[in-house]
Ligand binder design. Structure first.
Ligand SMILES: *Cc1c(COP(=O)(O)O)cnc(C)c1O
Length: 362
């Protein structure tokens, strides 16, 4: 492994493999796994992750938008890809690139069928709303939906849980109940048993009885289970590292950064790092809210985070220009810890990493 020479996202494929086998250990041997690789595979690199998972015999990939699926196809990914949130202008591309759309409303269904013309076998899935109230057909639309399908059968029907990570299981249980009732009605009307999926990562960990035919995992593959209990089993896949660009010695009373964000209380040593709020290091990480690791010692940010840089106080440590800096990794401070410190969640910390940062496989 070359030493870090610039800001870098490191993708740890053995951690990814560990997480996939941990999740699979919660499942029956015939339950399919869909890996969610939307948003550049949660801020990492959707092609690196998808290629690896394809080799690991993952069954399905899922992206949010059509362009993400087209990008994977153009990069040579062959396995089925679900597009969870297609828009009406997308269906020609979806079909040209052999992507599987999630049909979540009559408006979307109509434009899909228009684009399909005579192909009655083209694969698609149907999304039902069971309480998240975000996307999907409602239970009372089933009769009209089955009529509109006009003999076509979805490969899967699915829904999405809104609070599967919560200790209070009441809301999830009501969603499960609704999903079961919807799928019974749907199958009865369409006269066929339709395959289904419901669980995201926290669903797999907390409600494995409802794994049905497939599960969808995003954050779990990237190493987080939304719960302390899984901290030792799941291993963060994505690390963010940078370097010390320049060191300044400043005197008592001097300022650092925009708007005189920091004032030295004594003679100090300051390091500038080439990563800023445009790279996903939110401004709320400034003023010592977050510490980064240099040569095994954590040092606080000082002043305001700039767009492309941030400064840390290195008065008390030994370090030189060019030394490696760890923002988060799988051991010290994780993306989840960083989220806790800055009032957000691992999902947002990861997906905020800008695409101008280099990605490397570890
Ligand atoms: C993003 C997403 C997932 C993945 O959820 P995780 O909590 O990351 O496992 C699953 N299903 C849908 C519909 C999603 O939008």
């Amino acid at each position: 492994m070359l030493e870090t020479q610039e800001s870098t996202v490191e993708i740890n494929l053995s951690n990814l493999k560990n997480n996939l086998s941990f999740l699979r250990s919660k499942l029956n041997s015939d339950t399919k796994v869909m890996a969610v690789v939307k948003a550049s595979a949660y801020g990492s690199d959707s092609v690196i992750i998808s290629n690896f998972l394809e080799q690991e015999k993952i069954d399905y990939l899922a992206v949010a938008y059509c362009s993400e699926g087209v990008f994977l196809r153009k990069s040579g990914i062959k396995i089925p890809i679900l597009v969870m949130h297609p828009q009406i202008g997308d269906f020609k591309e979806i079909i040209d690139f052999n992507l599987e759309p999630s049909i979540y409303s009559f408006r979307i269904l109509n434009s899909f069928f228009e684009a399909l013309k005579t192909d009655s076998e083209y694969p698609f899935q149907i999304k039902f709303n069971t309480g998240l109230n975000r996307l999907g057909f409602s239970e009372d639309e089933i009769t009209k939906l089955v009529k509109s399908l006009n003999g076509k059968h979805p490969k899967f029907i699915f829904s999405h849980l809104g609070a599967s990570d919560e200790k209070d299981k009441g809301f999830t249980n009501s969603q499960i109940k609704k999903f079961l009732s919807i799928s019974d009605k749907f199958d009865l009307l369409i006269k066929k048993v339709t395959k289904k999926h419901l669980l995201n990562t926290s669903g797999i960990l907390n409600f494995p009885d409802y794994q049905f035919d497939m599960v969808r995992s995003g954050i779990g593959l990237y190493g987080f289970g939304n719960d302390e209990r899984f901290r030792n089993s799941l291993k963060p896949t994505i690390s963010l590292k940078t370097v010390v660009s320049q060191i300044h010695e400043i005197n008592k009373g001097e300022y650092v950064g925009y708007n005189k964000g920091y004032k030295a209380v004594e003679k100090s040593k300051i390091a500038t790092l080439p990563i800023g709020h445009a790279d996903g290091i939110n401004r709320s990480c400034g003023h010592g809210k977050v510490k980064v690791l240099i040569n095994d010692t954590s040092v606080p940010t000082i002043g305001n985070i700039c767009m492309d840089m941030l400064m840390v106080d290195i008065s008390n440590i030994n370090c030189k220009e060019g030394d490696e800096v760890i923002i988060f990794d799988d051991k010290n401070l994780t993306a989840e810890d960083l989220g806790d410190l800055t009032n957000t969640i691992s999902y947002e910390v990861l997906t905020s990493i800008s695409n101008r940062i280099k990605r490397v496989i570890k």
